[in-house]
Design a protein around this ligand. Sequence first.
Ligand code: AR6
Length: 180
Amino acid sequence: MEKSAAERGESRAANRIEVVQADITKLAVDAIVNAANTSLLGGGGVDGAIHRAAGPELVAECRLLGGCRTGQAKITPGFRLPARYIIHTVGPVWNGGGQGEPELLASCYRGCFVFVREHGLRTVAFPAISCGVYGYPIDEAVAIAVREVRTGLSENAEIEKVIFACFENEVYEAYQRALR
Ligand code: AR6
């Protein structure tokens, strides 16, 4: 029987999503996403790893950007990374869920997809934004990430692949469950 357009769209999106256990700084993609803070000047977690791997040119470039609000995104070159670009976004700190956290986290993913379109990027890797130091419950964050990535893929046929780069088992398993 023929599938509906919605079903076809869904399967096309599913084929373009990959979950990997990897250090995001090693991925040779068009862009990796950084889970940054509002200063954009570096920090711990994935942000620290990206700044170390990209080299000191990154913080010099970030100083020119004037920070970034929670839920928004900014783009820089990848410098010494295998990735061509870094899209820096600031996830919400989890404060119980009543402070607009879900909308702010969704806004991070949407802001990244705006840059993906503007720069004609075909491959992009996301870390689990807000799932580390910022304390977002993993299953809830993963549900938002998967929903927003599916939407981003359905709105942009040029994207070949979106990778969820997971550092921890718990996060990797949460993505596997959400995508099943
Ligand atoms: N590759 C992929 N994922 C990683 C890597 C890596 N190299 N390193 C850590 N993760 P976090 P947040 C995972 O804390 O919660 C920084 O100090 C990590 O296991 O990096 O958004 C910033 O400057 C977790 O699953 O980001 C901010 O101040 C996920 O990445 C603050 O942390 C996100 O954890 C942002 O907190």
